[in-house]
Design a protein around this ligand. Structure first.
Ligand SMILES: [Fe+2]
Ligand SMILES: [Fe+2]
Length: 475
């Protein structure tokens, strides 16, 4: 017996919900034209990623370092999605590295060479990134909703991230503009004119005659790997308090260890500073490398911000109570090659895996009455497992063996000169032991009994124990 045919149900979504039948009847952009636009968008997203990292170490403002870490990661994801879509569109050879029109490149070169952080921020968030978003919006509108549904989806997802980037970037640009005597409107107009000379960021408009003469990119700005910090880091060479020696001392109770965990997390500002320098100074890698490394860079920025939040939860005003140093990124960025920096990063992160590592930090946090600390350490630990994979894939794979990869990292780390004595002699720091005052204030705030042994902690990084060397930093 045959079943009766199923009657169509009125009102079901047509065309898998992509659009109406009517909307699908109009022809739209050919594949070649979409690929051309995707390549322009790819160039823009990749350049923004690159120039954010290019400026990250030398940008002194803490909030901007964190914001740029986030935005660089989002741009890396958008770039990856664009590359993947171009590769699906009958394209090999992909031509993703072909040079763009000179006027388009000039707009991005100008921002990369901007004379200060305010110009950089204004150029990025008032001109380049709004133009990128507009180009995605136009592509979303212009592609065929059925035939090119994958590109539409890509545009819509990219614009979700770009909406966050533009909103927070505009806030940053407004804040920095308020610090200037006058906003550099003439220069911002020159950037717009350069885009116009290229037919718009996506090349969909008639190109205007010529771009204005380059202003700042006439002499390209060199990469500056030296980390800079703002006034909330008044003693950045201070290495008086060995956080690891304190954390791993079994006789100390967990609550004061929260202060050291917060310090260790916040100090991770130097990992994005260091990783940005690796990515910028390691050209020629596949995009998967940049994507993975930028993801880790962003994770490390989040770890730093978890430290900021932990200090706030503990009632600590860290800029006045805790001298967070930058000696690690300073040493690595100025004394080692990019591959050697990666070796040190991997060596240190491997040291965080065994007993005295991430699990231990989570256990300590879990033994306190601050559940937020356990939440943060739990994720810090999980992120570390991802970072170990990234290290194996992009560092260890370039070495003869895992053992040699670790040995090389150990050797490079040992070679980095921490000028404990020299910095003191040069008057850069007195290496003042800030621990007792921080501890006493926290005891008063939280009603912890003052333990004289804990208060007397005075181990600095000058007398670092050999068994703590691999974990004498957190990444
Ligand atoms: Fe890490
Ligand atoms: Fe980290």
């Amino acid at each position: 017996m045959t079943e009766p045919p199923v009657a169509p149900v009125p009102g079901l979504p047509a065309l898998a919900g992509l659009c109406s039948l009517d909307a699908a009847r109009a022809p739209a952009l050919p594949v070649a034209e979409v690929v051309g636009r995707l390549k322009r968008l790819h160039f823009a997203a990749r350049r923004v990623h690159g120039l954010l990292l290019f400026r990250l170490p030398s940008e002194p403002l803490y909030e901007l370092k964190m914001l740029y870490s986030h935005h660089a990661y989002l741009c890396a994801e958008i770039t990856a999605a664009l590359r993947a879509r171009v590769a699906e569109m009958r394209e090999p050879p992909l031509g993703l590295d072909d040079p763009p029109p000179a006027a388009l490149a000039q707009a991005f070169d100008e921002v990369a060479s901007a004379p200060d952080g305010a110009h950089l921020c204004l150029g990025l968030y008032r001109v380049l990134l709004p133009a990128l978003d507009t180009a995605f919006e136009a592509l979303d509108r212009d592609v065929h909703p059925l035939a090119d549904a994958p590109t539409r989806r890509l545009c819509r997802h990219a614009r979700l991230d770009l909406a966050d980037v533009l909103a927070t970037g505009a806030q940053a640009a407004d804040a920095l503009a308020a610090t200037l005597d006058a906003t550099p409107d003439a220069w911002l107009d020159e950037l717009r004119a350069a885009l116009a000379a290229a037919g718009g960021l996506d090349g969909t408009r008639d190109a205007t005659a010529s771009a204005p003469a380059p202003r700042y990119s006439a002499t390209p700005r060199p990469f500056d790997p030296v980390p800079r910090r703002d006034a909330r880091f008044p003693d950045p060479y201070n290495m008086a308090v060995n956080a690891e020696a304190f954390l791993y001392e079994p006789s100390y109770p967990p609550p004061p260890k929260l202060l050291m965990l917060a310090y260790k997390r916040l100090r991770e500002i130097d990992v994005p500073e260091m990783m940005a320098s690796i990515i910028v100074e390691t050209p020629g890698k596949p995009w998967a490398y940049s994507l993975d490394m930028t993801r880790q860079l962003w994770d490390e920025a989040r770890h730093a911000m978890m430290g900021e939040v932990l200090f706030a939860a503990l009632g600590v005003d860290w800029p006045s109570e805790v001298p967070v140093n930058f000696t690690w990124s300073l040493g690595l960025n100025t004394q080692l090659t990019p591959l050697e920096r990666h070796a040190v990063l991997y060596f240190i992160e491997q040291g965080l895996m065994p007993k005295l590592g991430k699990r231990y930090e989570w256990e300590i946090a879990s033994q306190t009455d601050l559940p937020l600390a356990a939440t943060f350490q739990d994720y810090d630990w999980a992120d570390e497992v991802l970072h170990a994979r990234i290290g194996r894939q992009w560092y260890v794979s370039d070495m003869p063996s895992h053992t040699e990869a670790l040995r090389h990292g150990d050797r490079c780390w040992s070679r980095v000169l921490m000028g404990w004595e020299e910095w003191r002699e040069a008057g850069l720091t007195a290496h003042e032991n800030w621990w007792p005052a921080l501890y006493r204030a926290a005891c008063a705030r939280h009603g912890w009994p003052v333990d004289p042994a804990v208060e007397a902690f005075a181990t600095s990084y000058a007398e670092q124990r050999a068994d703590l060397k691999s974990v004498s930093h957190s990444a």
